[in-house]
Design a protein around this ligand. Structure first.
Ligand code: UT7
Length: 340
């Protein structure tokens, strides 16, 4: 980084994802387990959501633990040391505590001395928003190496007596290191994000914040859990995943056929496939691993990227389209050429 006289670099640099690592807790909750807990069936869950099993954190494991493990993996893979990380952002809906932020806890756990960072609240768009934020920090020349993390322990805010939500979610974390691009062609190309707060009631945790602080009543009424209008979220997610993907492709003069890999937030297999159909993307270009992890909120996209890499479906130079829709509503897309 070479700052100008006033100490600020004004040249936007090209930025790449240099590494990726994930972490899921070992314990697995299967559909058969859920059949014993609520009135549901493996067939219903598989057919309506695509989930077979999800990973669930033990009681003594919190979001920062999973996030720190993923972050350490990403730093090692990038051949960096923790003190090379100057900035970190954690997209999470389930921070360890309101404060300190999970970013502070992760910074300390991984030994990123001198770094700064914060948590970012964008629910299931936590990773696309965090990635864009970290990319902008590096592009602006403010920092050379940044960590974008998506991490959630959703099981802490799920009511395991509510069959409409407990079958969907799981726990996990993913982290990427972003750095100045080595090859300018292999970079994060563009991002598109929007929020639509008018949909806020459709997916929320009603209590625990300043609107409705924790009390005996809020606990008795189970207001510290995820509440959702599944059908409303489903319709919005299908429409906006398609729309934002189309928008980012159009403005970069790209066709859906140019995309090598479509990595959408994993909320429901049917949402992903409906959005892919709208875009005209064949199944072989779509990553789906919701069957093994469920909806891990901030972690779904890095978990899906990691699976694609491991399966040899993601290669250097591939055009990758990330897309997400989450509570808020939040909507995001990131377009990039994979750099390694
Ligand atoms: O990242 C964002 C997070 N959230 C989402 O993405 C959620 C988006 N929405 C969805 O994925 C789907 O709407 C759900 C999976 C939540 C629900 O699927 P659906 O096809 O929209 O089902 P539905 O809510 O219309 O319910 C159909 C029936 C209902 O019974 P009745 O009223 O028809 O008798 C539900 O009570 O299925 C029932 N049902 C279940 N049955 C067995 C709901 N959950 C279950 C269940 N097992 N787990």
């Amino acid at each position: 980084m070479s700052p100008t006289d006033d100490g600020r670099s004004r040249v936007l640099r090209r930025v790449q994802i240099s590494s990726l690592a994930t972490c899921v807790p070992p314990r697995v909750l299967t559909n058969a387990d859920l059949e014993r807990m609520v009135d549901t069936s493996n067939e219903w869950i598989l057919q309506r959501t695509g989930v077979r099993e999800r990973h669930i954190a033990d009681d003594d494991v919190a979001t920062s633990d999973l996030a720190a493990e993923a972050a350490q993996g990403a730093i090692e893979q990038a051949h960096l040391t923790p003190t090379d990380i100057e900035f970190l952002v954690v997209g999470t809906t389930t921070p360890d505590t309101f404060f300190p932020s999970t970013a502070c806890l992760v910074q300390d756990k991984i030994g990123a001395k001198g770094a700064w960072g914060f948590d970012l609240g964008a629910a299931c768009s936590g990773f696309t928003y965090s990635l864009t934020t970290a990319v902008q920090m590096v592009a602006a020349g403010a920092h050379d190496h940044a960590l974008a993390i998506g991490a959630d322990v959703m099981s802490r805010i799920i009511n395991y007596e509510d069959r409409t939500t407990c079958v969907i979610f799981g726990d996990g974390a993913g982290a990427v290191v972003v750095s100045p691009a080595v090859d300018p062609a292999l970079r994060v190309i563009d991002f598109a994000h929007e929020v639509d707060g008018s949909g806020g009631q459709a997916l929320r945790m009603p209590a625990g914040g300043s609107r409705l602080p924790a009390s005996h009543e809020t606990v008795d009424q189970r207001l510290h859990y995820v509440h959702q209008d599944g059908a409303a979220v489903f319709k919005f997610a299908v429409r906006k995943t398609g729309e934002i993907s189309r928008r980012i492709l159009d403005r970069n003069r790209l066709q859906a056929s140019d995309v090598d890999l479509f990595v959408s937030h994993q909320a429901n297999r049917r949402i992903i496939m409906a959005a892919a159909d709208q875009l005209g993307l064949p199944e072989e270009k779509v990553v789906i691993n919701i069957d093994r992890f469920g909806n891990t909120t901030g972690a779904t996209i890095p978990l899906a990227l990691a699976d694609a890499l491991a399966a040899g479906r993601l290669k250097k130079g591939d055009l990758v389209l990330l897309a997400s829709v989450g509570a808020g509503f939040t909507v995001g897309a990131v377009l990039l050429r994979w750099a390694y």
